[in-house]
Design a protein. Structure first.
Length: 172
């Protein structure tokens, strides 16, 4: 298994754009990202900002992890819920993406997160697993869980994604 650290330096003003992977099936595109290419190392991407790692990429399943840090803190000093929500949205959305053919995209329509316990901001590894429940012509659903490095459940979620077809046919 290859794990790719998606961190990289960019201030967002250098004009570096993410690579266009729309010509590849979703599974291939995500495996390419996992392997460390293509594109500029500093291309903007939420995974770089948060330090996400693509640990496993399979058809209908995605595992993404990150290490917490003090910048992730909420006013109470624990990891802000938005970090877990973003990790879940990424894992579930990418799980859906692995099932899509070239040229077909998706976007999140709904995200429902249940928080179970707080996470520490001092370098704790959080791992999200997203799994597809259903993929139809116009929508897809997935579920996900975030665990800490001790295997404790931090949060779980479900999502509904809109399938974006190039012909504009979202389910006719």
């Amino acid at each position: 298994m290859t794990t790719t650290d998606l961190t990289g330096a960019t201030d967002g003003t250098d004009g570096v754009r993410p690579p266009d992977l729309s010509g590849l099936p979703g599974l291939e595109a995500l495996r390419l990202i996992q392997a460390g290419g293509p594109g500029e190392p500093g291309a903007p991407f939420i995974g770089r900002l948060l330090g996400m790692r693509f640990d496993e990429v399979e058809h209908g399943r995605m595992v993404i992890s990150l290490s917490t840090r003090p910048e992730f803190a909420n006013p109470l000093g624990t990891v802000h819920g938005g970090i877990a929500a973003t990790l879940l949205d990424s894992a579930m959305g990418c799980a859906v993406h692995t099932t899509l053919p070239a040229g077909v995209g998706y976007t999140t329509l709904e995200l429902k997160v249940n928080y179970i316990r707080a996470a520490d901001t001092r370098g704790q590894t959080l791992t999200a697993e997203g799994s597809v429940i259903h993929v139809g012509r116009s929508t897809a659903t997935a579920e996900g869980r975030v665990h800490d490095e001790n295997g404790r459940l931090i949060a779980h979620a479900t999502t509904t994604c809109l399938i974006l077809r190039p012909d504009g046919d979202a389910g006719r």
